[in-house]
Structures are given as C-alpha cells and as structure tokens.
Design a protein around this ligand. Structure first.
Ligand code: DHB
Length: 496
C-alpha cells in the first residue's frame, strides 16, 4: 500500500535535489482530505440471497476546493469485516483491491453510485454492481463527476474529477482498508470512455494544473486496471469510423440527445438519410483509412492492420473476425442464431462475416456526422463547449460543413485531453497494465472499429487486454459481473 508522490506544489531545490514542499494553503486543504474512519453509517447490503455489513462513507468530498460540491464527492463502501480483522471472499483489508465504478452516462453530470439499486428508472430491481462487488470482497469507491450540461462541466472536467478521486484514494491508502495500488476503474459508454482515459493518462502532467486548482490530494492518479463497457471514445475520429462501417445503410433509428445516457430508457425514431446526409457520409468514409493507417496498428500475430482507400484491407478483416468470433462463441454456448440472416452457418461453424451485411444487419442509429453534428446538436458538441459557447465543433470536417450560425471549434488541446489514444505509450503517463474492454456485437452507438483500435493499441504497447464482443448485446454495461469480478480477482492476485 505504497503511495507515489508525483511532482507537486512548490519545489525546493536543496543541494541539487528537488523536494516538493506543500504551501501553507495546500497543507491546510489536505487536512480536509484525510479519510475519517469514524464518519460512517453501518449498512446491511443484500444481493443474490446474501448479506454483508458495510461501513458506508457517503458524500465524501475528494478535492479541497470544489467548484461543484454536489458532484465532486464520492461514496465509499467498505466491508465491516475489514475493520475487525476479517476476510471477505478470500480478501483482506490489506489486499482487497479498490473497485472504482463511475456512473457517468452521456457525458452528463453524475452523482456517485450507491450500494442499493435504484427504486425507480431502468435500473430498478437489478442488484447493484456495487452490492455485488462488496459481496466479492472489494472495497468500492464510486465518484461523482461534472458533466457537459453545466458550464463548469465541459471537457476535460469529468476526467479531472475522476483523477482527483483516485488521488484521494492513493493519498489515504495507509489510513483505509483496500489497496490503492490495485484500483480497478469501471464505466459504461461515456463512463467507459472516461474509465479508459483514466487508465491511459495516469500521472500525466497535462492535467496537473487543473488538479492543483481544485486542491486535489498530493498523490498519483494512475490506476492498476480498467474495465470499459462500450466506450464512446476517440471522438474526433469516431465520425469517420462510423461512416466507414455504415456508409450505404441509409435507414436509421435515432434517439434524442436526452437519451444518450445508457442509464435512460431509450425511444428510437426511424428515418432515412436525406441527400445532404448521404453526401456527408460519402465524404467522411474516405477519411477513415488514412487515419487508421497512421496508427501503424498490428494484430496479435504482428501483422499490420491497414485499409486501402476503398475501406477494405486487413483491419476490415480483423473486425470481421471479431464479429465472427462473437457469433461462434454464442453458437458454441448453445444459442440459436438461425434468426440472424446475415450469418452463414454450416456444420456448427460461422463463416467469416461480411462487414457490409453486418452493418445492414445491426442497422444505423446515428446520422452523419455521428458525433460532431454539423448543427452542433450532439452531446459531444456540448462536451467540447467553452469560452461562453455551450456547444462547439471538435473536428475540421464538421467545422467546414457547419450549418450552425457562428459555430466555433474547440481548441485542439481540449480535444486532445479526452482521447486515451494520446496517452497510451506516452512516457510521461503511467498506463494501467490490465484492460477488459467489451462492446456488444449489436451496439450501434459507435462503430466497433473504435474499441477495436483502443484494444489493438494497448496490446501493441505490451498491456494485457481482454477484448470481446458479447453476442447480441446492445449498448450497455455491467451485464456479466461474475465474469468481470473473476477477471478482477485473477489480475489482482497474479504474481506481477
Ligand atoms: C453515450 C451514448 C452515446 O451514443 C454517446 O454519443 C455518448 C454517450 C452514453 O450512453 O453514455
């Protein structure tokens, strides 16, 4: 339970050594960031017919100078046994990893999660992820974070908040049960994207000034592992990726911006692309191969993943293999796939999927450009607001094609701070070593190319990546918690 102290605060240079010294104000702020072991409520959590007594530390402020006191708080749940020398599911106070599920959806502001499932809404009746993690002996810390609908929640606010929460946990490592060297981040969709970004950008100086300003605790913000469900990430390249996959599929089923959040019950409106939208799709699709090729990706066997100008090539075959594997896994598990007319199955074998048929089969959800809307109407436009603008463009393409009067472009730096690909393999960042990425085979919120690029890039940097497309799964997360916790147990007890 060591704590890394990165360069912080003031620096004193004594006999050639640089020693960080906290200023007075910072030292005073730090007092308030200490874990107060006695400040809890005892709760009995029930899940799957089991019960566990936990100490609930709710609404814990994780920065000294909050700008949004309702969001910059965290709920922490610790099995009571860990204060009594006991074990839960083979874990101890010393060694229990800290599970860090964020609740962010749609890049909206998020409250911290609670151990009890919501009584109303789409999650009602489901056993909460937090409750199940506690049963498995994890210490759980769920941070709230600022989001796009508020002026102070524009990018990169949410990632800065998650980092501050991690710093709080690392700062308090010795004072609290749970091992802050074993923080495992989890999130879905926008929350999955932020989970990935958290894992990629550990300790990177790009975020330091913003963290200092909030009075984040003096500790590192790198995490041990990342779980990301359907990450809506790599936003500035996701429009081209979407049209690379869906160009030619002109019917769509769109949801409104209020329903982006995967936590919200969705209602789809069917439509067909008009001539202008088809023109945008045709113009975006050819932007994808040059971008993909610029990454220099390779598959697990060291073969280059590339695309020709027409969008075909080894990367397309790689994606087709992933979808094929997804179907084969379902078939092997006894699922009946005969209703899926774009699959070719003979003798218990799924033939390599045709990507165009796959795209038609799962269907288009978003109209082009899928993320940087030309009329500034997307959630992501609002994410990249700032300088008095609620929404801005974040790609050259949509800036050029903007139909919004006085539409502006977000600074490149703001966009850069939200993309984990910018930090994977960057020597100034400490990347998480272990990654579990899931994207449902039927998810159309972003093109499967997006998580596949993330997974390939991580693997190429030598990180352990478990990436799969659960068959038949749409946009969502936390649907395979037993498998997630098995993976977490495995990586956190391995000898490395
Ligand atoms: C989410 C979904 C989207 O389609 C999107 O563009 C951004 C976020 C979400 O569910 O969090």
């Amino acid at each position: 339970m060591k704590s890394l102290a990165p360069a912080l605060l003031g620096i004193a240079v004594i006999a050639g050594l640089s020693i960080p010294i906290p200023t007075q104000a910072q030292a005073a702020g730090e007092e308030g960031l200490r874990f107060a072991a006695d400040n809890y409520q005892l709760q009995t959590i029930e899940a799957n017919g089991e019960r566990i007594r936990v100490r609930a530390y709710e609404g814990i402020r994780y920065v000294a100078n909050p700008v949004d006191a309702s969001r910059q708080v965290m709920n922490i749940y610790i099995p009571a046994a860990y204060f009594e020398g006991g074990e839960v599911a083979g874990k101890t106070a010393e060694r229990a990893p800290i599970f860090l599920p964020n609740q962010i959806g749609g890049y909206m502001p998020a409250a911290p999660g609670t151990a009890n499932a919501p009584a109303r809404g789409p999650g009602a009746g489901r056993v909460s992820t937090i409750a199940q993690a506690l049963m498995r002996g994890y210490v759980v810390a769920s941070p709230g974070a600022r989001g796009r609908s508020e002026e102070n929640g524009k990018a990169p606010a949410a990632i800065v908040d998650l980092k501050a929460a991690v710093r709080w946990l690392r700062y308090n490592d010795a004072r609290m049960p749970g091992d802050a060297e074993r923080i495992i981040s989890n999130g879905t969709s926008a929350g999955g994207a932020l989970s990935a970004l958290l894992g990629a950008s550990g300790n990177h100086p790009d975020y330091e000034a913003a963290l200092q300003q909030l009075g984040a605790a003096p500790a590192g913000d790198d995490v041990f592992a990342v779980s990301a469900y359907c990450p809506i990430t790599n936003l500035e390249h996701a429009d081209a990726a979407y049209e690379w996959l869906f160009n030619g599929v002109n019917d769509y089923k769109k949801i409104s911006i209020q329903m982006l959040d995967y936590n919200v019950q969705r209602q789809e409106t069917a439509g067909t692309l008009d001539a202008a939208q088809i023109g945008l799709s045709d113009a975006l699709k050819p932007l994808f191969p040059p971008y993909l090729n610029s990454l220099g990706l390779k598959d697990a066997g060291g073969q280059p993943l590339q695309l020709a100008d027409d969008g075909r090539g080894s990367f397309a075959e790689h994606i087709a293999r992933l979808v094929t594997q997804s179907a084969q896994t379902a078939l092997d598990a006894g699922q009946d796939l005969s209703g899926t007319d774009w699959l070719d199955i003979a003798d218990g074998k799924v033939a390599q999927v045709d990507l165009a048929a796959y795209a038609r089969g799962i269907g288009r959800m978003k109209t082009p450009p899928a993320f940087d809307a030309v009329d500034l109407s997307s959630g992501e436009n609002q994410l990249f607001g700032g300088d008095g603008q609620d929404s801005r463009h974040f790609t050259d393409f949509s800036m050029r094609h903007s139909t919004a009067e006085g539409g502006q472009r977000a600074p490149a730096e703001q966009v850069r701070l939200m993309n984990p690909l910018n930090y994977i393999g960057d020597a100034a960042a400490r990347n998480a070593q272990h990654w579990r990425i899931r994207h449902g085979s039927h998810d159309r919120d972003t093109a499967v190319a997006v998580p596949a690029i993330l997974a390939a890039r991580l693997a190429q940097q030598g990180h352990a990546v478990d990436f799969a497309l659960p068959w038949g799964q749409g946009h969502g997360g936390d649907y395979d918690l037993d498998a997630l916790f098995d993976w977490m147990d495995k990586i956190s007890t391995a000898e490395n």
